[in-house]
Design a protein around this ligand. Structure first.
Ligand SMILES: Cc1cc2nc3c(=O)[nH]c(=O)nc-3n(C[C@H](O)[C@H](O)[C@H](O)COP(=O)(O)OP(=O)(O)OC[C@H]3O[C@@H](n4cnc5c(N)ncnc54)[C@H](O)[C@@H]3O)c2cc1C
Length: 432
């Protein structure tokens, strides 16, 4: 039987990072035909499409150094240009601090609702206790106007459940938390667009986002084994059977594959663990890559669509941010839809083009070169009531068997590319 100290499952950023930081011999197995996971870039007719927008924000100095070292072509730094499309106009992102330009009654509702929530009698009850769910968090920190005009409809569309069904565990840096000065200045058009965690981002100068995981994987002392996945894991014997037929003995597993799938792969998983795995939910994102002739429309990198009349929750244009992602004279777009499961490709392709036409990002149907739907099966994990207890049940049992979890789907969380790199590094250190 083959032996390894660390068996790493999945070669997205988390798995690659675990391998790069491993302190003892490892094997890295990847089900698909190439490394990168969600950070793959598809090339079609001169266009390069990531899986929707994949913009990198780095906070950790070591990860930043690593990123600078590995990429031969270097990085571009891009100033975010993001917006919200509502009431048939674009306003700047984040909505909360950029209401200038909306109809005056909408601005008034947003600002007065915010003031009431912060200082008024109507907001007192929520101010005096911790919010019980995401809806209460929104009402407590932003007020009824922002809730009605943006936060409730947008989040319900993106997460597929109403904010009242979600907890507040996931938000951290992701939900901007404005001051009264920012809200008032934003209503008067005096705020810049620097708010939020993602005001600037970096992106590979060449090759799309995939060039980053590829470059990292190119540094590995032992390459990833692609087209290979575990068929069964036996935590009591500390062995795994691979799709190649090989049996491998391990000391630690670092798993970056989806947590519910991992639980089901483990022989002898207790009923409570399997039951918990069944309780974890996620949205499926179907995104449509659209290639079009460029009419010189607003160079928006992405825009949020809170209104119900659009089935999509967000549109973006990667080539607006990085022109080399589309051939000269052309523009690439992605249009994102969220649902409990897969959507019909032809329907969303049609809706995607209609949406771009309606927003004026594409001039005429004849300017569209192609539109192609793709799905991310569990794109956003849903932080509902059952999330915390179910995840703890599974994670603590796995840990007790020396199976460590890393990455967005291994940890079953809402997190970024950098978080995946950090989680991989942390698990490699823990595995020793
Ligand atoms: C729509 C969307 C937009 C995003 N935009 C951004 C952004 O702009 N900026 C940002 O920082 N982050 C963004 N993210 C998050 C980012 O994509 C992830 O945090 C990161 O790529 C996760 O890496 P990972 O290695 O944890 O998981 P993954 O990339 O999912 O890698 C897991 C790997 O495991 C493999 N695998 C699965 N099952 C098995 C199995 N049974 N056996 C072996 N291998 C298996 C998969 O093929 C995959 O290669 C976005 C995510 C989504 C869904």
């Amino acid at each position: 039987m083959a032996e390894t100290d660390v068996l790493i499952l999945g070669a997205g950023l988390a798995g690659i990072s675990a391998a790069l930081h491993a302190r003892s011999p490892y094997r890295l197995v990847e089900k698909s035909d190439r490394v990168g996971g969600l950070c793959k870039t598809d090339v079609r007719e001169g266009f390069r499409f990531d899986a929707t927008g994949h913009w990198l924000h780095l906070r950790d100095p070591d990860i930043r150094r690593l990123a600078e070292e590995v990429l031969p072509g270097g990085w571009l730094t891009v100033q975010r240009k993001a917006g919200i499309w509502s009431h048939r106009r674009f306003t700047r992102y984040p909505y909360q601090v950029n209401t200038h330009g909306l109809p005056p009654e909408v601005v008034a509702e947003n600002v007065l609702g915010f003031i009431e929530a912060q200082f008024g009698e109507g907001g007192r009850a929520l101010r005096e206790r911790e919010p019980r769910d995401f809806a209460e968090f929104i009402l407590r920190h932003l007020g009824e106007g922002f809730a009605r005009n943006f936060m409730f409809p947008y989040n319900a569309k993106m997460w597929t459940v109403h904010p009242r069904e979600m907890n507040t565990e996931w938000m951290g840096r992701f939900v901007p938390h404005p001051t009264v000065q920012q809200v008032v200045r934003g209503a008067l058009g005096l705020e810049g667009d620097q708010a939020g965690y993602n005001a600037t981002f970096i992106y590979p100068r060449e090759g799309g986002i995939e060039s980053f995981p590829r470059a990292l994987a190119g540094r590995l002392p032992r390459p990833a084994e692609c087209g290979v996945c575990p068929i069964a894991i036996d935590p009591s014997r500390k062995t795994a059977r691979l799709s190649t037929g090989e049996e491998v003995r391990w000391r630690h597993i670092v798993a970056t594959i989806a947590l519910p799938e991992l639980a089901h792969l483990c022989a002898g998983a207790p009923a409570a663990v399997l039951e918990a795995a069944g309780q974890l939910r996620a949205t499926t994102v179907t995104y449509v890559n659209v290639a079009a002739r460029d009419l010189g429309s607003a160079p928006l990198h992405w825009a949020y669509l809170p209104e119900e009349r659009y089935a999509a929750y967000r549109v973006g244009s990667a080539s607006a941010a990085v022109p080399s992602l589309a051939p000269a004279g052309c523009r690439s777009f992605y249009v994102e839809f969220s649902a409990a499961g897969p959507l019909d490709a032809a329907t969303v392709e049609h809706q995607a083009v209609d949406t771009l036409l309606d927003l004026g990002l594409v001039r005429a149907r004849g300017d569209v070169l192609f539109a192609e739907a793709h799905a991310i099966p569990h794109a956003y994990v849903i932080y509902d009531d059952r999330y915390g207890p179910a995840k703890r049940e599974i994670a603590s049992w796995l840990e007790s068997r020396d199976i460590l979890i890393a990455g967005r789907y291994g940890r079953w969380e809402y997190s970024s590319m950098e978080d995946a790199l950090l989680a991989g590094r942390e698990c490699a250190r823990r595995a020793g």
